[in-house]
Design a protein around this ligand. Sequence first.
Ligand code: AMP
Ligand code: MG
Length: 391
Amino acid sequence: MLSESEARSRILQAVNQKPERQVPLSHALNCFSARDVVAQLPLPTFENSAMDGYAVVASSSRKGAPLKVIGEQPAGVDRELRVPPGEAVRIFTGAPIPAGADAVVMQEDTKREGDKIVVNVGVDPGEFIRRRGCDLAEGQKILARGDRIRSTTVALLASQGFTDVAIGGEVNAAILSTGDEIVMPGKKLNRGQIYDSNSMLLQALVQGCGAFVTSVERCRDQPQRLIKAIGHGIKSHMLVITGGVSVGEHDLVQATLRSLGASIEIWRVAIKPGKPFLFGKAGTCAVFGLPGNPVSAFVTFLQFVRPAILKMMGAHELDLRKFPVKLATDVANEGDRPHYVRGRIDNGTFLPSGRQESHALFGLSQSNALLRIAAGQSLKAGATVDVQIWE
Ligand code: AMP
Ligand code: MG
């Protein structure tokens, strides 16, 4: 049986980054940048007011001083006004600072009397002025190759006037749930049958990585049907199958893949839950066979499928984020495989959630983090441990 790290490195060797593409910013969310990007404009781009108020010369705006209002400077145009000492220009948030002014007095700190204002506070130079480039300098790196493109990233790129961005590669995946017992939600459930939850789980996980789902199919444990379904699935960059990868007579996925000419590169990994995990290649398609138990499918997806998708998409960080927390209770692993305990982080402590068995979907649904305990390891309540955050 392969170790987790060996399985992971074999998978990562077997998949390649997809070609980069230029996409509109509105399509780039959750993709990865293919290039380093530098600012072509400073932010703020010009010196402007942080408040609605009056642009003044600080040294002539002592508390109680009357200032003559000589004009108005709104946002959106530059009226090219000049403020001499002892005078003021009415100004609005985001409007360019007139020449001569070195501070803005908040409207709330003034009293208007005809064409004059009286300032109620002391004014310091620079007050309520947003300096050109104080947030971001021209030429500063704003995005690195392999960085995840987030909502704030597309906003930053738009602030630079960019309409599109080069992304590291688009990945599409087919999902196939197998099993004689599984029924599509919404259909009638007969005795002995269960609703197919893995399809939804995998769809959400694949999309959460930023990849596209090309098809979601369900298939009975029947060779001819499996051949057809797998044959269809391997037209995508990646096929993620659940169920049918274990050792029972009805576990036909491996034999079906072989009959279609696929190579099986990994079967069975020292991981709990998820031992029967399978990885192979069918032409250029990366095929993942995950155990049917929902928790096993979830854990093996995060440890093996997710890094492969991220590599194909051009990400530089393939691992889940780790976070140090205090254990709320003792946990031990008496088994011979590393165990991923599902639990919840609340206020910096980690508490295992629900039943720790591979079918226990409710317990999994209450969790937000995974604690990996090595084989034979015991951890005491109060110990600080690193957990993987998957949310
Ligand atoms: P298998 O890996 O096919 O041996 O299935 C292991 C367990 O996972 C069995 O209890 C199945 O009923 C369950 N299972 C298989 N496929 C699904 C699915 N799509 N959704 C929920 N549970 C499943
Ligand atoms: Mg099955």
